[in-house]
Design a binder for this molecule. Structure first.
Ligand code: PT1
Length: 280
């Protein structure tokens, strides 16, 4: 059984953990002025904790397809006050969704437990920062960069290539002094992948247990659900739950979602079934 440790706090991965996505509205606290947006984000965090989230994922840079980059000062202004708020008010794990070494440093200093990097510590200084900070890190696969990654995703074999990339990043982390016990893997649904690539990965997620590390997945309201169903993101709850259930059946440990309450219900039903299989 996997367990993550940070700041002397342990997160057991013996049952699925729901990671709630904390929306940080673009330009919200840039000048330190938009108090209403900050308050709304705090209430959203309160709500997700009450609904059963085990981790709150705080991100100040949108990485969805087509998104532009965000400056360091803007990202810090969005993320750090929220990390401080959640640390002070809730007994929950906090992850910081960032690729910037300085955001990692300040967020972990403020109490964040987990670095969630869609660029898998490939930005300048990120490997060294993560090694020094001594907290768990999620390494995600992405082909290209968010502004252009959906233009023409291309693989010979998406399963082989995602696995080879993650394997290489694990080796780079270990060479940089990051302990293996601190690593998690994510195939990166929607990050430089066609609909078919995404479903090839989801259908064969169990392959990624080969590396013997916990798996995190995020597909909540993504176009792999919306484009399949012909629905807007907000109308993708049932599809997102089905995708998450598939991931759990293939052994995913952490699921990153918008709809925490509904996902926690799904996890409970999944666990009830799993328990009975064991005890038969
Ligand atoms: C993810 C993830 C993430 N996704 C991790 N972090 C996003 N570890 C942000 C679409 O196709 O899966 N894992 N941080 C959000 N990114 C996207 C990508 C949102 C694609 C939407 C799409 O609609």
């Amino acid at each position: 059984m996997y367990r993550l440790t940070a700041h002397g706090k342990t997160l057991l991965l013996d049952k699925p953990v729901v990671m709630g996505i904390l929306n940080v509205t673009p330009d919200s606290f840039s000048d330190g002025g938009d108090f209403a947006a900050f308050e709304a984000a705090c209430r959203h965090a309160d709500e997700m904790v009450a609904q059963g989230a085990g981790i709150i994922d705080i991100g100040g840079e949108s990485t969805r397809p087509g998104a532009a980059e965000v400056s360091l000062s803007e990202e810090l202004a969005r993320v750090i006050p929220l990390v401080k708020y959640v640390v002070a008010n809730h007994d929950v794990w906090i992850s910081v969704d960032t690729s910037k070494a300085e955001v990692m440093r300040q967020a972990v200093a403020a109490g964040a437990h987990l670095i969630n990097d869609v660029r898998a510590l490939q930005e300048p200084g990120a490997l060294q920062a993560a090694a020094e900070l001594n907290v768990p890190v999620c390494l995600m696969h992405m082909q290209g960069q968010p502004d252009s990654m959906q233009a023409a995703p291309l693989y010979n074999n998406v399963l082989d290539e995602v696995e080879a990339f993650l394997h290489a990043r694990v080796e780079a982390c270990i060479a940089a002094g990051i302990s293996r016990e601190h690593l998690l893997l994510d195939v990166g649904f929607g990050f430089g992948k066609t609909l078919e690539h995404n479903y090839q990965l989801l259908a064969n997620l169990d392959r990624f247990h080969q590396m013997a590390l916990p798996l995190l997945i995020g597909l909540s309201r993504k176009s792999m659900i919306g484009n399949l169903l012909g629905r807007a993101p907000k109308d993708c709850l049932a599809g997102s739950l089905a995708g998450a259930m598939q991931a759990l059946q293939l052994g995913a440990h952490i699921i990153r979602v918008h709809d925490v309450a509904q996902t926690c219900n799904m996890v409970e039903v999944f666990q009830a079934c799993k328990q009975q299989r064991r005890n038969d």
